[in-house]
Ligand binder design. Sequence first.
Ligand code: SF4
Length: 216
Amino acid sequence: MTLVRDEDLDFESLTIEELLGWTSSTFGDDVVLAASFQDVVMIDIVAKVIPNIKTVFIDTGSHFKETLEFVNYIKDRYSLNLIVIEPEVSAEDFPCGSGNCCKLRKVEPFNKYLKESQAKAWISGIKRVDTPERENAPIVGWDETKGLYKINPIVTWNDEDVDVYSKNNGLPQHPLVKRGYLSIGCAPTTVPVKPGETVRSGRWANMTKTECGLHI
Ligand code: SF4
């Protein structure tokens, strides 16, 4: 496969549709979308260009029941080609917030799936404004840890851009958003965001942790 590298193509100048068109023509069926289902923006955007893309949800076993219900609803609404990955270790042995939980119950199961499915690229919905670790994230880059390309179509967006897209396109909202949960991960370490706080402050509140490890 001949890949166009960053220096050969100015990804920053492409529209998201052009970027996803390039992604589809370059990687074909060997690209997957990772979705947390805290919102539907990436699912909606990608479905318009790559309708049958494999969409991966990592069921850590610690999600809110509302998240699992939302996953099923969105799966039907978009006729998603949904892949649900489950960890091989239990929540009892590795409770949320413990040292190796994210690694063993999220990162490694996802990496294993990528390897076994022989994916050549994955798409994520990260934004540079999310965390300090993401502030230099490229639109297209080589993911050294996973050994494949990573496409970040909305990496230049901010949280308001996400809200505007959601409203303008009439997207369904995760049921916990109206209760103040603005960034939604596993239940034990996700809390509602107080007025004036950043969206990501609701994740791993009162902990130094800011990333699960999927994106670093
Ligand atoms: S957020 Fe908590 S339960 Fe979810 S994978 Fe990370 S440590 Fe485990």
